[in-house]
Design a protein around this ligand. Structure first.
Ligand code: PEP
Length: 255
């Protein structure tokens, strides 16, 4: 039985004050909420502060990127060993913003995936098509190619315990969310593609939807059989909105 995971991607937003207020708000809003794993990924600068603020909380600490080296002469990079030391376990990789602005290839993302697993961390592995690819009917092919980069490099079992976040790029930060039915169709296709290699892995892997998820549309996604939570950007910066999304996941998956 898959457990839903709702994760907030704070991107490059925050200050000490904002992080403190937001985490205090989330701790209050989410106290006693069961049936959903909730994670947040603040900017790496604030992991120490977030770790302290989450010391009595069930909210999972995550982060937004990792390097493929643990230490050494790699100026500006982020070590999985250091992420672990700050208690960050769920690490977003392959986000379209990193693929686009930092030229991260499928193979490089797969390398990060393997490195996270090696260090006992949970990859939150983002995949998804651009607007043009969507228009051209290439969505499934793009998702399959991105998933295959991991499977070919590491084997299908590497997906065990990892999280896939299906995020159509045209829906990220645009307010133009995929319909729940379209998202379900793609999630089912991704799961079926993985099932060609291993039915067991396909059955157990958590696949989140991401792209303009808000309190207003969240329940419709979580009512779909292959949507196991959400990766949330904009709405994750507001405690009440993010908590409402997490609660919707807990409610839907109770049934
Ligand atoms: C994201 O950046 O991963 C994301 C889904 O953003 P938003 O919710 O703002 O569309």
């Amino acid at each position: 039985m898959r457990h839903p995971v709702v994760m907030g991607n704070w991107k490059l937003n925050g200050s000490k004050e904002m992080v403190t207020d937001l985490i205090k708000g989330l701790n209050a809003e989410l106290a006693g909420v069961e049936g959903v794993d909730v994670a947040i990924a603040p900017p790496v600068m604030f992991l120490g502060l977030a770790e302290e603020l989450l010391s009595d909380s069930k909210i999972i600490l995550g982060s937004q990127n990792v390097d493929v080296n643990a230490n050494g002469a790699f100026t500006g990079d982020i070590s999985p060993v250091m992420l672990k030391e700050f208690g960050a376990t769920h690490i977003i990789i392959g986000h379209s913003e990193r693929r686009e602005y930092h030229n991260e290839s499928d193979e490089f993302v797969a390398k990060k995936f393997g490195f996270l697993k090696e260090h006992g961390l949970t990859p939150v592995f983002c995949i998804g098509e651009s607007d043009a690819q969507n228009e051209a009917g290439e969505t499934e092919a793009v998702c399959n190619r991105q998933v295959d980069a991991v499977i070919n490099a590491l084997g299908v079992d590497a997906l065990n315990g990892a999280i896939i976040a299906y995020e159509p790029i045209w829906a990220i930060g645009t307010g133009k969310a995929a319909t729940a039915e379209d998202a379900q169709r793609i999630h089912a296709a991704i799961r079926a593609h993985i099932a060609e290699k291993s039915e067991e892995v396909a059955k157990n892997v958590v696949i989140q939807y991401g792209g303009s998820v808000k309190p207003e549309n969240a329940a419709a996604y979580f009512a779909q059989p292959d949507i196991d939570g959400a990766l949330v950007g904009g709405a994750a910066l507001d405690a009440a909105s993010f908590a409402a999304i997490a609660k919707a996941a807990a409610e839907a998956k109770k049934a």
